[in-house]
Design a binder for this molecule. Structure first.
Ligand SMILES: [Fe+2]
Ligand SMILES: [Fe+2]
Length: 154
C-alpha cells in the first residue's frame, strides 16, 4: 500500500536512531560483560534486542508503504565507564523520544493511524522502560555510591 511520502521519509530517519540505539547498547553491554558486571550486561543486552525489534518494525512498515528503508545509522557515543555509558544511553533515549513524538504528530496530520500506533508503542517502550530504568540507575548511583552500585551489578 502506497504510503504518504512525508511519513515514509520520517520513518526512514527514525530507523537511523533505532539502529544507533541498538549498536550503542551492543557495545555497552559487551563492555559491562568484560568488566564482570553480569546483571547490567543482561539488562542492556535485552535493550539491544528491543532496539533491533523497533528498527525491524519500522523497516517492515516502510516496505509495506512501498518505500525503500534507509539503513544508515546515526552516530553513537561510547562511554568509558559505567556512569558515562549510562548517561550516553539516557541522552540517546531522550533524543529518540523527541523524534518519536514528532513522528506521532506527523502521522496524525497525515491520517496514517497504523504507523502512529506503532510509533506510540515504541514511545512507551522508550519512556516507561528504557528511559525510566536508566534514570533509576543514575539516581541509585547518587544514593548508594558508585562502588556499591557496581558491586550490585556483578
Ligand atoms: Fe527504540
Ligand atoms: Fe530505547
Amino acid at each position: 500500500m502506497r504510503g504518504n511520502p512525508e511519513v515514509v521519509d520520517y520513518l526512514n530517519m527514525l530507523i537511523g536512531g533505532e539502529l544507533a540505539a541498538r549498536d550503542q547498547y551492543l557495545i555497552h553491554s559487551r563492555m559491562y560483560e568484560d568488566w564482570g558486571l553480569t546483571k547490567i550486561f543482561e539488562r542492556i543486552d535485552h535493550e539491544m534486542q528491543e532496539e533491533a525489534s523497533h528498527a525491524d518494525s519500522i523497516i517492515r512498515r516502510v516496505l509495506f508503504l512501498e518505500g525503500t528503508p534507509n539503513m544508515n545509522r546515526d552516530d553513537i557515543v561510547t562511554g568509558e565507564d559505567v556512569v558515562t555509558c549510562l548517561k550516553a544511553d539516557l541522552a540517546l533515549e531522550y533524543h529518540v523520544r523527541e523524534k518519536l513524538a514528532q513522528g506521532v504528530k506527523l502521522c496524525e496530520e497525515k491520517g496514517d493511524y497504523v504507523t502512529r500506533d506503532m510509533l506510540r508503542q515504541q514511545m512507551s517502550d522508550t519512556e516507561e522502560d528504557h528511559t525510566y530504568w536508566l534514570e533509576k540507575q543514575i539516581r541509585l548511583i547518587e544514593l548508594i555510591g558508585l562502588q556499591n552500585y557496581i558491586q550490585s551489578q556483578m
